[in-house]
Design a protein around this ligand. Sequence first.
Ligand code: 5GP
Length: 194
Amino acid sequence: MSMKGRVIVVSGPSGVGKGTLLKKLFAESDLPLEMSVSATTRPPRAGELNGVHYWFLTRDDFLARRARGEFLESFEVYPGGALYGTLRETVLHAVDNGKWIVLEIDVKGAKSILEQIPNADTIFIAPPSVDALLVRLQKRGTETPEDLAKRLKQAEQEIAESGFYRYRVVNDDLDVAYSDLLKIFNSLRESSAI
Ligand code: 5GP
C-alpha cells in the first residue's frame, strides 16, 4: 500500500502554541509528516539554524529567487517587515515522495496555497482570546514592545480572516488542543488510504 502525499497548512497567530503542538505531533505520530522549511529575510533568533527552522536569505537573494518562480507563495507577513516564502521544490518533492508536508504559514499564504492546491488541508489554531495571546507573547519574551504590538494587531486580523480554514483548534488547554489536533490528523489518515 502506498500513501498519497498531502499538503497541510497550519496557521495561527504568533504565540498561539503552533510550534509546541506541531513539535509534539511530529515526535509522536507515525504519519509520514515533513515540515516545510520556509525562506525568510528576518534574522535568525537565538538557537535557530539555517535549513532547519528557516532558510535565512538576504532580501536580494529572496527577491531573485521570487523572480525565478522558486516560491509557491511569498508575503511580507507583517506590513513593511521581513519576507517569508514557501519553496515550490520543497513541497513538490515531498508530495512526490508520499509525504504529508506541513506548511506553518500565515493566512495570506494559506489563501494562496488553496488557490493553487484546492485539496490542501487547512487548520487554524486559535487562542482562547487575544488577551490570553498577549500574556503568552509577554512570557515568551522574544519580541520588542513594537514587535509585540505588531504581532497582536496581526493576530486580531488573522483571527477575523480565518473563517475559510477547514479545521479549527482552540489552544486553551494544551492537552485538549493536542488531542483535537490528533483527531484531525487521524481523520485525514482515514481519508488518504488507497
Ligand atoms: P516567525 O517570524 O515568528 O518565525 O513567523 C512569523 C509568521 O510568519 C508566522 O505567522 C508564520 O506562520 C509566518 N510564516 C512563516 N513562514 C512562512 C511562509 O513561508 N509563508 C508565509 N506566508 N508565512 C510564513
